[in-house]
Design a binder for this molecule. Structure first.
Ligand SMILES: C[S@@+](CC[C@H](N)C(=O)[O-])C[C@H]1O[C@@H](n2cnc3c(N)ncnc32)[C@H](O)[C@@H]1O
Length: 217
């Protein structure tokens, strides 16, 4: 069953997702299905999405949710563990990583406030698994003043992403202008969809461009 079918046929707790996100979920999460992974969703809501991720990733997955609402704790069940705290609190996130980390997949569907989205990404992304995937959804909020966003507004997560495009390519930039970073060395790709940013981790190897077969002299 596809993730989309699992969502449409849901009879468990309520799930709240935009329908056009499903192809992106499938594209970036499929390789983790039936693997012994640890998945984190920021923002539990009514608990249905954690149940959907459990169905999708299969019996070996550990599904972790965080939320500021204490009532969300009641949505724990086999394979699903929930901790109460804010995604913007580095101390809480440090305890989370110490208990469950490193995470293989992280999905940010929490407050969608730009300060929170930036804080979670800054803390959690460098502490993920070597081949992890970090997805931030509902990034239309990056253009909304009520969430701390706005077009080209400093501090919006979309502006963070624009800077990270340069970090991804830092090997080709004068180090005096932009030295390579941990992000440069551990990020294979960035992907953008309507309201979604995805970061795929991986150790970046030596870069070279062989000619195969070599040109004859
Ligand atoms: C859009 S709902 C999550 C929906 C759920 N993921 C789903 O797909 O059904 C957002 C959730 O984020 C939680 N939230 C708000 N601020 C937060 C924060 N600072 N840290 C963690 N969770 C937060 C809210 O309490 C709410 O439950």
């Amino acid at each position: 069953m596809s993730l989309w079918e699992s969502f449409q046929g849901n009879t468990g707790r309520t799930i709240h997702k935009w329908k056009h996100y499903f192809p992106a979920y499938e594209r970036h999460f499929a390789r983790f299905v039936n693997q012994p992974i640890t998945f984190l969703e920021i923002g539990v809501g009514q608990g249905g999405s954690l149940q959907m991720w459990k169905r999708y990733f299969g019996p070996h997955a550990r599904i972790v949710g965080i939320d500021i609402q204490p009532g969300c704790k009641a949505f724990e069940e086999d394979q699903i563990e929930i901790r109460i705290g804010s995604q913007g609190d580095p101390q809480f996130l440090a305890a989370l990583v110490a208990e469950f980390g490193p995470f293989d997949v992280i999905l940010d569907d929490g407050s969608h406030r730009m300060d929170d989205v930036n804080a979670s990404f800054a803390f959690l992304y460098p502490r993920m698994g070597k081949a992890g995937v970090y997805m931030v959804e509902d990034l239309h909020t990056a253009y909304d003043a009520g969430h701390g966003g706005g077009l080209r507004r400093e501090g919006s997560f979309i502006e963070t992403c624009k800077r990270l495009i340069d970090e991804l390519n830092a090997d080709w930039i004068n180090p005096a202008e932009l030295p390579g970073t941990d992000f440069t060395r551990n990020t294979l790709s960035m992907h953008f969809y309507d309201s979604i940013a995805v970061f795929e981790r991986g150790a970046v190897g030596k870069k070279f461009a062989p000619m195969i077969p070599p040109p004859s002299s």
